[in-house]
Design a protein around this ligand. Structure first.
Ligand SMILES: [Zn+2]
Ligand SMILES: [Zn+2]
Length: 436
């Protein structure tokens, strides 16, 4: 997992060896023109749906209206639609006219507890809730792709599963949800898919696609450390066990784990995000609770950081004779692009956009639960630039995040071609068209 291959000739050779012909039998120009015509036909409606979703954002596991709108659009077209998957998720299966493999495309649907400050005419009508991560755009792009591919259905060699997933940002406390639950509820099983595609809008130049060939995002784990001391009068420290001082030492020592024990070329982050404890200014604190997150790309680092953290906490509390609790919860794993699939699909991106628009990207230390889907089937995940000309680079999750809507038809075009090329390529493989 630590190796992060460059998107290069080496990867393409690897792909050929693995049997994925790079962009085998690419979409013919006639099909390309049909895709463009279908996008144009559906463009206004898709933008309208995106704006409706943007105006009516729903938090994780509460995407009732969003799911209803999506399911209602696809059901009458003959898609095999399952609703209520992983609480509010929608799984819509399109069976093509020809025999072939199955691939999946995923969008997430949830919004964030952010007060929108874009000033857009179609800004959120739901106070304190906003599509600040662009999942409204994801839903619109995948819905648009479903409409386009439905129009080409008779020529489609295989099956496409469209996933509209709840709770990518994390299920509310005490609830399950997201991609993990979608997988457990069989979203990729009927029919079993041989590739799954995902993407995220990104505040980079519109028209750019960013591809990280190996690790795409980090594993995101969480921890809670409780330091158990003994309270005493603030003027009589000799009678207590000061949990504040012990916690301070722990915070400082934790910083050396990443800086002094992990390989600098294999990134890791350890952040203590909250520190709470003590009762009053003149009382020695009995208890301090530290909470934080650990981000790693490799399993080696994930295990190492966890082990060393517990050792730091155990040993520092032991020096003072204090007690502790150490709780470490592995969270979303790292998204890892299947190298063969990435190499097979990158030529499609280059063909569509031009070489200079397909940028090799470094792994990001954010979390993305697409990881669970990409563990179930070979995955390909990319970032789509949505910063329009003259727009500031407003980050994801901020109240001003406002993707340029011309990314929507572009996203539909990219996904439609990726799916068609993947079905063609894999059909060729299945029928023995390309040898292993
Ligand atoms: Zn997000
Ligand atoms: Zn997101």
């Amino acid at each position: 997992m630590t190796a992060r291959p460059r998107l290069s000739a080496a990867v393409l050779v690897l792909a050929a060896l693995a049997g994925y012909p790079p962009s085998a039998r690419p979409v013919d120009p006639k099909t390309g023109r049909r895709i463009d015509a279908e996008i144009e036909k559906n463009r206004a409606e898709i933008v309208k749906i995106r704006r409706f979703i943007h105006m009516n954002p729903e938090l994780s596991n509460r995407e009732f209206e969003t799911a209803r709108v999506i399911a209602a659009r696809l059901q009458p077209l003959g898609f095999d639609v399952r609703t209520g998957v992983a609480k509010t998720g929608v799984v819509a299966v399109l069976r093509g006219g020809g025999a072939g493999p199955a691939v999946a495309v995923r969008a997430d649907m949830d919004a964030l507890p952010v007060q929108e400050a874009t000033g857009l005419p179609y800004k959120s009508l739901n106070p304190g809730v906003m599509h600040a991560c662009g999942h409204d755009v994801h839903s619109a792009i995948v819905l648009g792709t479903a409409l386009v591919l439905n129009a080409l259905k008779s020529d489609l060699k295989g099956t496409v599963t469209f996933l509209f997933q709840p709770a990518e940002e994390g299920a509310p406390e005490g609830e399950e949800g997201g991609a993990d639950l979608m997988v457990r509820e069989g979203a990729l099983d009927d029919p079993p898919v041989s590739a799954v595609f995902g993407f995220h809008v990104w505040p980079e130049t519109l028209g750019l696609v960013l591809v990280a060939p190996g690790n795409v995002t980090a594993a995101a784990d969480s921890f809670t450390i409780t330091v158990k001391g003994r309270s005493a009068h603030g003027a009589r420290p000799q009678e207590g066990l000061d949990a504040v001082v012990i916690a301070a030492e722990i915070v400082t020592a934790l910083q050396t784990i990443v800086s002094r024990t992990t390989d600098p070329t294999d990134p890791a982050v350890l952040t203590v995000g909250t520190i709470n404890g003590g009762a009053r200014r003149n009382i020695i604190a009995e208890r301090v609770v530290l909470e934080g997150t650990v981000r790693t790309l490799s399993e080696t680092n994930q295990k190492k950081v966890r082990r060393l953290m517990e050792s730091v906490v155990r040993n520092i509390t032991a020096i003072y004779g204090a007690g502790y609790e150490f709780e470490y919860k592995p969270g979303t794993p790292s998204v890892f692009n299947n190298p063969e699939l990435a190499a097979a699909m990158t030529p499609t991106l280059v063909r569509l956009l031009g070489k200079d628009k397909v940028v090799e990207w470094q792994p990001q230390m954010i979390a993305e639960d697409f990881a669970f889907l990409a563990r179930k089937a070979p995955g390909f995940y990319f970032f789509l630039g949505v910063r329009g000309p003259g727009q500031a680079a407003t980050p994801l999750h901020s109240p001003g995040f406002s993707p340029d809507e011309s990314a929507i038809p572009l996203g539909i075009r990219i996904l439609s071609h990726l799916v068609l090329d993947a079905l063609e390529g894999q059909s060729a493989l299945l029928s023995g068209g390309a040898g292993h």
